[in-house]
Structure formats: structure tokens, C-alpha cells
Design a protein around this ligand. Structure first.
Ligand SMILES: [Zn+2]
Length: 175
């Protein structure tokens, strides 16, 4: 056992050392040194999607399910599952969103939760669809930040081995 693990100024290097040996020291811009360890932690949640289930079952079939307010005078259209309209409170009904849309906004993540650390840096996009009143949050792959612009056409891709999670869908530049 080493008395003292190696020291790094970049947290990415700390992460790599944690993968290798399980311990590292991070020195921040003020010179403060913090011992960082790898601490495996796992818990299984039993989670019901309840009335959102059709959305996640749809992803497994290569479909994006949106929801539309049933009240004729409202008719608001959502790109994310809403059992009831957030505008007027009426029940909604499901419909198939187009698999193509446009980039509304994005952020490039240089850090992420454990599930996404290996993908960093990655792009998270808000995708807008023609005739739809809200946007969908998903990852944007097969591109780098300098490729991106507001209004860029994008299209959906689906995990061929679905996990019934929002990560079953992502977008790529289309064309
Ligand atoms: Zn409504």
C-alpha cells in the first residue's frame, strides 16, 4: 500500500487514477489538496412509470410518444409525457412525435453523474418539433460542440437493446 496516492491538478486525471488504483489527490486552483477515493455504491430502486409507461415502451419500439391536451379549446401539445395538460389541467392523449426536429438549445457537459462520466464531454440538447409546444431533453451524439447551432436539423436514434430509460433515445445531426 502506498502511503500517499499521486496528486493531480485536473479532475479528469483524478478520475483516471481512481479507475486504476482507487485513490488520488486533487489539488485545486487555491492549492488545497483533497484525498479522493473510489467508493462503489449501488442500490436498486423499484420504480413504476405508471401513466408515463407508453412513452418508455414507445422508445423500445423506436417511437417518440408525445401527449396532446384533449380539451378542444386548449389542445396544447407536449413533447414530454404529461398525463394532464400543464396549461388547463385536462387529460391528454398520446400521439407519435416526428423522429426529426431542430436544435432549440444545448449544453456541453464536461462532468456528469456516474452513468455518463465515460461519455464526457457530451452534448445535452433541447429538441423542438414542428407544431409541438414543449421541447424534449436528450443527448446529442455524433457531433462536437463546434458543429452545433440553433435550428440545426436533428433526428432520433434508439438503443437496439432498450433499458426502458430516457437514455434509450438520443439525437444525431440529420442529413
Ligand atoms: Zn389543455
Amino acid at each position: 500500500m502506498r502511503a500517499r496516492p499521486p496528486t493531480f491538478d485536473k479532475f479528469r486525471d483524478v478520475q483516471a487514477e481512481l479507475e486504476r488504483t482507487g485513490a488520488a489527490i486533487f489539488r485545486d486552483t487555491d492549492g488545497v489538496e483533497s484525498l479522493v477515493i473510489k467508493f462503489p455504491y449501488q442500490i436498486n430502486y423499484i420504480h413504476s412509470y405508471a401513466e408515463d409507461s407508453p412513452f418508455f415502451l414507445g422508445l423500445a419500439e423506436g417511437k417518440l410518444k408525445g401527449s396532446k391536451c384533449r380539451r378542444v379549446k386548449c389542445g396544447f401539445v407536449f413533447a414530454t409525457p404529461r398525463s394532464h395538460c400543464m396549461v388547463c389541467g385536462s387529460p391528454t392523449e398520446w400521439f407519435d412525435l416526428p423522429l426529426t426536429g431542430r436544435l432549440h438549445s444545448w449544453t456541453t457537459c464536461h462532468f456528469g453523474s456516474e452513468a455518463f462520466l465515460k461519455e464526457t464531454p457530451y452534448n445535452l440538447a433541447l429538441v423542438e418539433f414542428a407544431g409541438v409546444g414543449s421541447v424534449l431533453l436528450a443527448r446529442l451524439k455524433d457531433c462536437v460542440e463546434s458543429d452545433l447551432y440553433v435550428g440545426m436539423p436533428v433526428e432520433a436514434r434508439f438503443d437496439p437493446n432498450p433499458k426502458y430509460s430516457i437514455t434509450d433515445v438520443w439525437f444525431v445531426p440529420s442529413g
